[in-house]
Design a protein around this ligand. Structure first.
Ligand code: PLP
Length: 475
């Protein structure tokens, strides 16, 4: 069956950005962990371990994290920000945004690389502490932290709490006083800049749940400063995710520094937190600005604005998640079925795998694009347009909306989807009672489990009405 035009042009069902590849086995640059290669037999090798061996030992679907890639990306990012901000005469702090992907071992990797950690729930706080993080190097976020979470955060001595609303000022102050602490706090403001990928939108205020409008900040900072159990450290802002250029950050930094300058009239403001959101490549169409260029541009804008305003340079903090861990992760799936579907005279090959929106909900949640490659072999068959579908009972259960695979892709093949390190395991769920997949770290030819997969027993463990398992009638 012919699935694609024979003249070598793209399938008309393919999105504009997707071009038919010269070689559908090739690994596009920038998408995979740096150690990834194809072996002489065509198998994908991650951190020195073949995808075939990983699938055989741990099953599929499987999250594979390249440890060296994650650790070195964290260390390099910190070094880049520290170098660029030292160049302008101040320093930079980096918090790893744990919401992207947190486990106790990842906490160890990040802290060993010199990063602080940002958590946004009591659960993430518990994981960070169980991973041995120094509480003083944690930041705690959230637009609705519970009283219990605030009590725990102040009790263990979390470094900074990001206040997100007026009502929280009293709550954090009370919790800190009860635990005998003076708590460092930031105030999250809404710069009115909202950014995503190529574009940013600048308005006077944003219609969203996080932060407070800039014009309210002086009054709230005065309330914070009046609380003996609170110490105001500075403003915080996060303008969005998967941002490719520096312009949105620059606009937001300029707006925040204007406010920062007015706050200096009534007391110290030692820091400025510009949040996270640096983008990564998910497909060959994505071209994020290299992190060194972003860091340089941000340092330059902070220096220029502080100079213009005649204020001292603050310590500048960042909270990236995706740009550190995103590219370190690869998901492996086994093909179960294939099905050619005729769409107005052109065919699209649906390839269904053994995972889906339970292990990667990003395509269903916000239309995220991914790429895919055969993981256990290569093939010289001409490429065909495929859509990788999950096994769940939702037609929107898509893992990869569009890519080209060799035309002989077939049940039993092993597939690899790159750049699944961030917001995949973290957002995983049990839809259709699918157990969450295990997470395995690879490094120097060895693999070890970071988080084991869920079993049927795990899935039934919280159901108070579960009957004891039957033994199929055997005595
Ligand atoms: C407040 C805050 N900081 C940091 C991040 C991390 O963003 P990213 O992983 O895109 O860098 C997020 C993501 O939602 C966030 O909400």
């Amino acid at each position: 069956m012919t699935l694609d035009p024979s003249d070598g042009s793209s399938n008309p069902l393919a999105p504009d950005w997707l071009h038919i590849p010269a070689d559908a086995n090739a690994l596009a640059p920038g998408l995979w962990p740096t150690s990834t290669i194809r072996s002489g037999t065509g198998e994908l090798v991650l951190g020195g371990v073949s995808a075939t061996a990983l699938a055989a030992e741990f099953g599929t679907p499987l999250y594979v994290i390249d440890e060296t890639d994650a650790r070195s990306r964290a260390a390099e990012l910190l070094a880049v920000f520290q170098t660029e901000f030292a160049r302008i005469g101040t320093s930079a702090k980096v918090y790893y945004a744990g919401k992207a992907f947190l486990s106790t071992e990842i906490v160890r990797w990040m802290t060993a690389a010199g990063l602080n950690i940002d958590v946004c729930s009591g659960g993430e706080l518990a994981v960070a502490l169980a991973g041995g993080a120094d509480p003083a190097r944690l930041g705690f976020h959230g637009n609705n932290k519970s009283l219990a979470e605030l009590d725990e955060a102040t009790r263990v001595g979390v470094g900074t709490i990001v206040i997100d609303s007026e009502v929280e000022i009293g709550r954090v102050a009370e919790a800190a006083a009860r635990n005998g602490r003076v708590q460092n706090v930031r105030l999250r403001v809404n710069s009115g800049v909202h950014a995503h990928t190529h574009n940013f939108l600048a308005t006077s205020h944003e219609d969203q749940k996080f932060g407070i409008v800039l014009s309210d900040a002086p009054r709230l900072v005065a309330l914070i400063r009046a609380e003996p159990a609170l110490n105001f450290v500075g403003l915080h802002c996060h303008i969005g995710s998967q941002i490719f250029g520096a312009d949105g950050f620059a606009e937001s930094a300029a707006r925040l520094l204007e406010l920062h300058a007015t706050l200096l009239a009534d007391g110290p403001v030692p820091e400025l937190n510009l949040g996270g959101g640096f983008g990564i490549a998910y497909t060959s169409a994505d071209e994020p600005t290299p992190i060194r260029e972003l860091a340089r541009a941000l340092a330059d804008i902070v220096a220029a604005e502080c100079d213009r305003l005649g204020i001292p340079l603050p310590v500048v903090a960042f909270e990236p998640g995706r740009v550190i861990i995103g590219r370190s992760g690869v998901s492996l799936y086994r093909v179960g079925t294939t099905k050619a579907v005729d769409v107005s005279g052109t065919q699209r090959l649906y390839v269904s795998v053994d995972g889906g929106m339970s292990d990667n909900v990003r395509p269903a949640l916000y239309g995220a694009d991914y790429a895919v490659r055969l993981a256990d072999r290569t093939s010289t068959e001409p490429p065909v347009l495929v859509r990788i579908a999950g096994k769940h009972c939702e037609s929107g259960d898509i893992v990869v909306d569009a890519d080209y695979l060799p035309g002989d892709v077939t049940p039993g093949d092993l597939l690899a989807v790159p750049a699944t390190g961030a917001y995949c395991w973290a957002l995983s769920n049990n839809y259709n009672y699918q157990g969450r997949a295990p997470v395995v770290a690879v490094r120097n030819g060895t693999a070890r489990v970071l988080v084991r997969g869920e079993t049927i027993a795990d899935l039934l463990a919280r159901d108070t009405g579960a009957m004891p398992p039957t033994n199929g009638g055997e005595s």
